[in-house]
Design a protein around this ligand. Structure first.
Ligand code: 3DD
Length: 417
């Protein structure tokens, strides 16, 4: 059994965290119970490239319980939790992941998972799919289809499909309502603040928090910062998103103005160069800067380096850059996603639904993949309602049901006032 992790002796500690996550992921555990009997993924080989957290471990072990053979790598050099990787390795998973990988090791790990010759791929950020397409296109012939977890990855794959370059169909798990409206908003909202607090322990109350990007993720971060008493400024390029931010009571202005006011900056745009040299030049002494987008391109670190006369890590995931005029700027998690690099990512309860979508999408691909067009597909709305229904039930909630007369009314366009 092949694997490469930081320290296999961390397995017992990791297992305890996985058991905690299992206790708070009732939808995925229900699906594991249901499909471990029929094993619909038996005979299928899944290569996964997704943050190695306790929640991902529950997904991996649910895929295996349903019969799949699995090989796994992390999808960010700083997001792997080493005790979780050890627990998965100890339990027989071919996993290649450790915290603090360099870029070469990151892609070596992806290559190792491809030795499985997968017929299904599971991605978060599309690095696995891109490695297949750019370096091993012959392996795409074995692949029935794949899934993509995050907004950035879906954007990349849609562009690829539009260019006619996608070699197999992909389900946009990110775009499922039970993922996008929950993980991206409530998960990112809490886990980003969690990462900031773990790396700084600053008081959020009373601070001016600048959130760049008011998509689902930025909306969650702004909401939770406000909840902790921050004064929130939102920066945007999309008029409708900016308008929504103003109606939620947030101040809206260009980054050139916000840069002078912010105490804490969070980028959540998916776009590069959101905070650049001219912004650092006007920031307050002691400003804290971090990113919660998938890639580390949103904060221009070479610009910050060019202004600094000294840099040192003052506590884990927190580097103090001293500028020529004596001001200090604190960069968290080296500009990589602060929620996973400086904390544990989103709570289990919200990843439960994201990963229920991943699991069901894998089964759907085994049945439908061969007939799907080689483009990016949405998961069916019914799947959202099925997942949300199970979630509500596990939370002890009951809801109303339409009567036949109400269904008839909805479908009868002729009935007026
Ligand atoms: N992501 C956030 N928290 C995570 C966790 N606890 N486990 C695995 C992945 C986790 C990333 C997700 O938000 C993913 O849906 C994304 O990147 O959009």
């Amino acid at each position: 059994m092949d694997y490469k992790v930081k320290d296999i002796n961390l397995a017992e500690q990791g297992r305890k965290k996985i058991e905690w996550a299992e206790s708070r992921m009732p939808v995925l555990m229900y699906l594991r119970e249901k499909y471990s009997k029929t094993k619909p993924l038996k005979g299928f080989k899944i290569a996964g490239c997704l943050h190695v957290t306790k929640e991902t471990a529950v997904l991996v072990e649910t895929l295996r319980a349903a019969g799949a053979e699995v090989a796994w790598s992390g999808c960010n050099p700083l997001s792997t939790q080493d005790d979780i990787a050890a627990a998965l390795a100890k339990n027989g998973v071919s996993i290649y992941a450790w915290h603090g990988m360099n870029v070469e090791e990151f892609y070596w790990a992806i290559e190792k998972t491809l030795e499985l010759n997968p017929n299904l791929t599971l991605d978060d950020g599309a690095d696995l799919i891109f490695t297949i397409h750019n370096k091993h296109p012959e392996k795409a012939e074995n692949v029935i289809g794949g899934t993509e977890e995050t907004t950035t990855g879906v954007h990349r794959l849609r562009a690829m499909a539009k260019a006619g370059k996608l070699l197999y169909p992909v389900f946009a798990v990110n775009d499922a309502e039970t993922k996008w409206d929950f993980d991206n908003v409530y998960g990112t909202g809490q886990s980003t603040i969690d990462g900031i607090i773990r790396a700084t322990n600053v008081l959020i109350a009373g601070k001016t928090v600048v959130v760049a990007g008011y998509g689902h993720c930025g909306k969650g971060v702004a909401m939770r910062a406000k909840g902790l008493g921050a004064n929130v400024i939102v920066t945007e390029v999309k008029p409708t998103a900016a308008l929504k931010a103003t109606l939620e009571g947030f101040r809206v202005m260009p980054m050139d103005e916000a840069a002078k006011l912010g105490d804490i900056f969070v980028t959540a745009t998916g776009v590069k160069d959101i905070i650049v040299k001219r912004h650092f030049e006007v920031m307050k002494d002691g400003a804290i800067v971090c990113n919660t987008g998938h890639y580390d391109c949103e904060i221009n670190i070479p610009d910050l380096e060019s202004l600094a006369v000294d840099k040192k890590e003052i506590r884990p995931n927190n580097e103090k850059y001293t500028l020529k005029d004596g001001r200090n700027i604190f960069l968290l998690a080296k500009g990589r996603l602060v929620n996973l690099a400086a904390a544990e990512g989103h709570p289990s309860e919200v990843m439960d639904m994201s990963f229920a979508n991943q699991f069901l999408a894998m089964i759907r691909l085994t049945k439908e993949g061969k007939n799907l067009e080689k483009t990016v597909h949405l998961l069916p709305e019914e799947q959202d309602q099925e997942i949300a229904g199970i979630k509500l039930e596990t939370m002890g909630f009951k809801i109303d049901k339409l009567t036949p007369e109400q269904i008839e009314y909805i479908n009868d366009y002729a009935q007026g006032t």
